[in-house]
Design a binder for this molecule. Structure first.
Ligand code: HEM
Length: 116
């Protein structure tokens, strides 16, 4: 399954680690993360992606809407973040079908996350 293709929880954690690094270096969106708790963000994203891919993890944080509600996330920022995730998945040689599977799960969350 896709969970195995991503390298299970450790593989996902490695991809998320690099993804957050790509975001931090991305001047289009890194200002959103200026005050973020990066270790907590990495742990939460790892659990969320692991669960979404059918792994034995559970994301226990707030729902996406309330969490991002006051951040003023734009469509352009959402798209940039998605591009950064693809960069990180490419770096880890995740296959295109597996990448598309994850993007298809995340894309509908944009309606809760984009508020501006
Ligand atoms: C499908 C897309 C997204 C998902 C799945 C997602 C997921 C998450 C999760 C799970 C957290 C919680 C971290 C924690 O509990 O500590 C979080 C926080 C956050 N997200 Fe997102 N997010 C998405 C899109 C975005 C976008 C597009 C932006 C802005 C460009 C953004 C900005 C933030 C910020 C600034 C935080 C707060 C970090 C902190 O205060 O410590 N997110 N996101």
């Amino acid at each position: 399954g896709y969970y195995e293709e991503f390298g299970q929880k450790q593989g996902i954690a490695n991809i998320i680690n690099d993804f957050v690094g790509v975001v931090a270096a991305d001047n289009r969106i890194n200002s959103y993360f200026a005050h973020a708790n990066i270790p907590a963000l990495k742990a939460a994203l790892t659990n969320q992606v692991c669960e979404a891919l059918g792994g034995p993890c559970k994301y226990t944080g707030p729902a996406m809407g309330p969490l991002h509600h006051s951040m003023g996330v734009t469509q352009a920022a959402f798209n940039a973040l998605t591009e950064d995730l693809i960069v990180a998945m490419d770096q880890h040689h995740v296959s295109v079908p597996a990448q598309n599977h994850l993007i298809k799960i995340l894309a509908p969350m944009s309606s809760d996350i984009i508020t501006k």
